[in-house]
Design a protein around this ligand. Sequence first.
Ligand SMILES: [Zn+2]
Length: 268
Amino acid sequence: MLDLGSYIVLLGGIIYFFVFILGLILGSFLNSWMWRVHDNIKILSNSRSMCPHCRYQLRWYENIPLFSWLILRAHCSNCKKPIHWSYPVVELATGLLMMFIVEQHLKLVHFSEWILLRDVCFLTLLIITFVYDLRYKIILSRIIWAGTIIGFLINILALNFSYSSLLLGMAIGGGFFLFQYLVSNGRWIGGGDVRMGVMMGAWLGWQNTIVALFIAYIFGALVGVVLLYFKKADGKTEVPFGTFLAVGTFLAIYYGNNLLNWYLQLLK
Ligand SMILES: [Zn+2]
């Protein structure tokens, strides 16, 4: 017989294991969705998984998240072309981040399936934005508009966020980038960044939108310094702002209030 303590530990382990597996599957789905969108392939008529280079249809054991990449040693078994490293990284990261989200929610005093659903949805959209902007230098506007509407509605209807905070956040987030867009005539940043700023406001409210922008810029500057140091970038390198904004937004969801309180304490 297990005592209650070991039973809870065992149960927790089983829950996290399944959440991790679910995350791997979600990450694998996001990978194939992204390259299909980029290569303009109809998703329903080509539902079987295939190699992005030669369109060879994968056998079941070549389509297991993470493990297939290791077994195939990062090469397609048909055309021998390399499989991009981002595939296993996205799968592993999605699995780990899903575990992180569930852990954050189990810590909450008032567990809400609405916030859990919202956060899984946010994570999905942020992973797409992070990877797509990094690999293809585009922030997908349909993802951003869908995210803006879903986030706004759940925040208002299920979580009682204040309208005014969300609208002000959208104005600050969008306005911050719109200003730069207008001043630089679209040379510094693109329309995708403006739309992403609006979405961040609808997700976070105005205070955490500012926190998210701060995190994104600090993170971007750190990465920039490292790349300049290793001569992987120069002044002309195109900056994937969406990638940095996705990181800032994700961290602001969970740590925004703490960071804000910590900062306000410093001012006292
Ligand atoms: Zn191939």
